[in-house]
Design a protein around this ligand. Structure first.
Ligand SMILES: [Zn+2]
Length: 202
């Protein structure tokens, strides 16, 4: 597929068009479908996602991740990412990236800026163990989400966790955790804080 094709914007329309190319319903060759914007596999609304595939758009803004490949000649294909929304036609700026979090993380964050403005100030989970433990402990979970704006949890607001390493990829939602887990940089003034101080946050 070459040249500019008039395709409706928005994650749902992009994904539909992508499958039309893949299923040979357009004049473009099916193997070129990856060059059309589509929902990154495993992200909401995309292939391999077990979050659910409702035909009706959600009643609130819902983040997802779009990607496409761009042929670059000898260097192989370049991956590009941008944030998308399952409820409206919003699309974020394009980020060049790779399979290891580069580009994709920025795009997922753009989508959260669209859907949950201010998410960066949500209370973080500070240890890797607590990423698993807090959602399974009723009182700790209640303490965490009490600091979220009203209605956000039901709309799939993210869990924010301090990242383990640079460019740790954000984890997409799934049936067991219907929200992104966003991995953010630990603030500089928290670097000396020991994990045992975690209780002070709650
Ligand atoms: Zn939206």
């Amino acid at each position: 597929m070459t040249g500019t094709i008039a395709v409706r914007a928005g994650a749902r329309a992009r994904q539909t068009y992508y499958w039309r190319v893949r299923n040979a319903r357009t004049r473009h060759s099916p193997p070129s479908a990856g060059q059309a914007w589509h929902i990154q596999p495993g992200h909401p609304g995309g292939a391999y996602c077990d979050l659910g595939h409702e035909l009706d758009p959600p009643s609130h803004h819902a983040p997802t991740l779009l990607s496409r490949s761009r042929p670059t000649g000898r260097r192989g294909d370049e991956r590009q990412f941008r944030g998308g929304c399952l409820a409206c036609e919003w699309e974020g700026p394009v980020h060049s990236g790779d399979e290891f979090g580069k580009g994709g993380n920025e795009a997922v964050e753009d989508a959260h800026d669209h859907c949950f403005p201010g998410w960066r100030t949500l209370p973080p989970i500070t240890t890797v163990e607590d990423r698993w433990a807090v959602p399974r402990n009723r009182s700790r979970w209640a303490q965490l989400i009490a600091r979220y704006p009203a209605g956000w949890i039901d709309q799939g607001a993210p869990v924010v966790a301090w990242r383990r390493y640079r460019r740790e990829a954000h984890a997409p939602p799934h049936a067991g955790r219907p929200r992104y887990e966003l991995h953010v940089t630990r603030p500089p003034n928290d670097r000396g804080r020991r994990p045992t101080d975690q209780g002070a946050l709650f």
